[in-house]
Structures are given as C-alpha cells and as structure tokens.
Design a protein around this ligand. Structure first.
Ligand code: AMP
Length: 427
C-alpha cells in the first residue's frame, strides 16, 4: 500500500514525502482508511511504529474538509499524558499539515499560560494538550470545545488509568457527544479496553498489530541480577566500556535519578536528569540536549517512558525495573523506533524479581539473563569485571560465545543478546 492510494489531499501527501515516508506502516495502513470513514477506533501497535501519524493524518484530512465557518475553532483535540509528548505530537501535526492553512497549538502546564492563551485567542484548528492545563484554561473560558469533532487519547491506557481518569471524565462532559474518538497505545490492559468500549461508539473498530508481542522485535533485551549497591558500578562500566552513543537510563524516583546523574558526573560522563521535580524549562533543555547529542546520558523517571521519539537512540538501561509491567514495554520502546534497532539492559535487584516475572508474563518471553553480577558490596570503585561476565561486544560474539554466560544453567537463559559498543551513526 502507498499513501497515494489512501485518497489523501495532495498537500498532506507532499508533506509526508518531505518527511521521507515512502509507505504507511501497518498501523497506518489499517487505521487511516477506517478513520477516514469516520469510525471510532481503538488502535494498538508496538512502540515506535508510527501511531502518531496514524491518527494525525486522517484528522488533518477531516479538519481540512470542515465547513469554512468553523475555521480557527478547535475541531480536533489530542490529549497526552506528558508535556514532552504533547510537544512532540504537536510538532508532528504541524509537519504533516505544513502545506495547509491549519493551525496547531500545544498547551501544557509548568510554563506560563499567557503565550498559550494568546495562541488560543488567535484561533486554533488542532489542539494538543495535557489534561491539567487544558481543564484549567477551559475553566477560565479560553477554550471553546463546542465545535470539536475529533478526540484523541494518545497513550490511551494511561489516560484512562487512575492518574488521569478523573480529568478525562471531566473532559468528556465538556466535548460534544457527536464526535469521532481515537484511542491509541502500545499496551492495552483488559480492564482499560473494557472502559474504552464504554466511551467509544458501539460500532467502534479495533486495529491490533502484534498485540501478543508488545515489545518491538528490533529491541534486544537482557537483564542482570545484581545487588542495589552494585548498580552504579555496573552502569559506569557499561557506559565506559560497553555502550557507545546515547543511553537513556530509567530510575523509579526523582531523587534516585538525581543521584545517578551525580555519580556519572563524578566519572566524567555527561548526564542530565528529567523528572517531575525539575522545572519545565530544565526538562525540555535536558531532552533537547540529549536529542542533539550534547548530553550522552539522560536519566529519567517514567515521564520519559511513553511516546518520546529520540531518533537513533540505541540503548535503554532500566537501572530500576518498573513496578507496572506495561511501563517496561514503553520504556524499552524508546529505542528500536521506525526501522532502527536497539538494546535494553535491565538491572534487577533481589526485591525486583517479582517485577521481572510480571514483565515476562506480559511480554510472553523470558528476558535473557546475563549473569548474577560479580561485584562485591563496597568494591564499587576498584573493580574489573571478569571477561566471561560481560556481555559480548559486537563483532566478538563467536569468540565470546565460548566464554560467555553458561548455557542452560540457572544464570543463563536463552542466549543473551549483544549490546556492546557499536559505531554510532546517530550524529
Ligand atoms: P511514532 O510511533 O508515531 O512515535 O513514530 C515513530 C517514528 O517513526 C517517528 O520517528 C516517525 O517519524 C517515524 N514514522 C512514522 N510513520 C512513518 C512512515 N510511514 N515511514 C517512515 N517513518 C515513519
């Protein structure tokens, strides 16, 4: 299938060409025709497979077809769980509609509201927002949703989960019942799917791409069993000796992330943290620095787990495993996007093994185990890893194969993937 065969307007087709998109990804090929027909949709597909364009392109087409008297009124609303994702979705919508007169705006908290209010006053066709600021500005009378015809929940399972459901319920009372609703995510727990069914129209459609394997195949995975105190040493070793290029490290707490940055700083490894205690400016600066290659390591809480597209990111390290297994899928999905490959390395302390079990249940696969880590407590500064205990470097696999983790034993599940130093073609 080609984009040309979808019957999209020439301006959209040429914008897609400019992006270098030659053909629709599977989620796009299946969703776009359904959405152009006007059905509600629940779309599930692996991370990094083009869901944003799958909902944005048909919205742009619909909005361009709207009656002229509705020009510059909000006709499409996309709601995302994080500010960074809202910015990214808005950027994409702007790119895909660059050859049209449509106006896209983005609003989110943590920054001054005035520039956003000014934008709203000038008139907006497509609005991308996080829920808090959206409800706030709506309450103050700056947002009129009466002309809304398209409503998107990106990362829908998170938007309908505990943290956001109250805001979403409020929002649903503010938007017209006669609308097209589009829910997208890489993960869709059963309870959330049932809830979605109550919000979407009864004749809603579902597109499910590889739902039984939510992690992208192109992301190799492995896990170290390691004590908490040994984690800093292993991370430094991996960053200095094994992994080349940018690395996104996930921690569970804001304080923990800051601590990791301090440890890396001391070792001369450029790192920045991104989490909810940072100012929005600092968050955006850290992400930008990372995307542009000025910061090598970004240490993040799960605010960076969903949706963020960092082109060419090769490695994700789960310094601490997430207690919600879906989060693992989203975290490791920050690498291996579009056609790229990537690796995910998880550090699992004794008290995290239950989380690992849950993750493996969700992804229906064992995460290959590298080996119980050899460091002894307190030896964090002066150590070297015995050669047979480090993961294979690329190009040395066959040699290492003889010396690597034992096969079949307690500590070696099916061949741990290489995540060794690679020549980075990222920047
Ligand atoms: P998403 O899952 O929407 O974040 O998209 C993941 C990445 O795939 C982004 O970098 C997109 O620019 C890219 N992408 C989306 N659709 C296509 C396509 N049809 N062809 C090539 N790349 C795409």
């Amino acid at each position: 299938m080609t984009f040309d065969s979808l019957g999209l307007k020439p301006q959209i087709l040429s914008a897609l060409k400019q992006q270098g998109y030659t053909q629709p990804t599977p989620i796009q090929a299946q969703s776009i025709p359904i959405l152009l027909e006007g059905f509600d949709l629940l779309g599930t597909a692996q991370t990094g497979t083009g869901k944003t364009a799958a909902f944005t392109i048909p919205i742009i087409e619909h909005v361009l077809n709207a009656p002229s008297e509705r020009r510059r009124s909000i006709k499409a609303l996309v709601v995302t769980p994080t500010r960074e994702l809202a910015l990214q979705v808005a950027e994409n919508a702007k790119r895909y509609s660059s050859g049209t007169s449509l106006r896209t705006a983005v609003i989110f908290g943590g920054v001054g509201a005035n520039p956003q209010i000014d934008q709203l006053k000038r008139g907006v066709d497509i609005l991308v927002a996080t829920p808090g600021r959206l409800l706030d500005l709506q309450g103050q009378g700056y947002i009129d949703l009466r002309n809304l015809t398209h409503f998107v929940l990106d990362e829908a399972d998170q938007m309908l989960d505990m943290g956001f459901i109250h805001d979403i319920k409020k929002l649903l009372r503010l938007i017209p019942a006669k609308r097209q609703s589009l829910f997208f995510s890489a993960t869709m727990p059963k309870t959330i799917m049932e809830l979605s069914g109550q919000i979407l129209k009864p004749n809603y459609k579902q597109v499910r791409i590889a739902v039984e394997k939510p992690t992208a195949e192109r992301v190799s995975q492995c896990v170290y069993y390691i004590s908490k105190s040994e984690k800093p040493s292993l991370l430094i070793h991996l960053l200095k000796e094994e992994l080349e290029g940018s690395v996104l490290v996930f921690g569970r707490t804001k304080h923990g992330c800051d601590k990791v940055v301090r440890i890396l700083d001391k070792k001369g490894i450029s790192a920045a943290a991104i989490h909810g205690n940072k100012s929005q400016n600092a968050r955006q600066k850290a992400l930008k620095g990372f995307k542009e290659g000025r910061v090598r390591v970004l240490v993040a809480t799960d605010i960076a787990a969903r949706g963020i597209d960092i082109s060419g990111l090769e490695h994700v390290v789960n310094y601490e495993l997430p207690n919600i297994s879906e989060t693992y899928v989203h975290r490791i999905g920050r690498t291996g996007r579009a056609d790229a490959s990537g690796s995910s390395i998880s550090f699992c302390a004794a008290d995290e093994r239950g989380y690992l079990k849950d993750i493996e249940k969700l992804i229906k696969a064992k995460v290959p185990l590298i080996e119980e880590h050899p460091f002894t407590e307190g030896a964090a500064e002066e150590w070297s890893i015995p050669e047979n205990r480090i993961p294979a470097k690329q190009g040395q696999r066959s040699q290492r194969g003889q010396r690597g983790p034992k096969q079949g034993g307690r500590n070696s599940r099916s061949g741990a993937p290489a995540h060794g130093k690679r020549s980075s073609n990222r920047r």
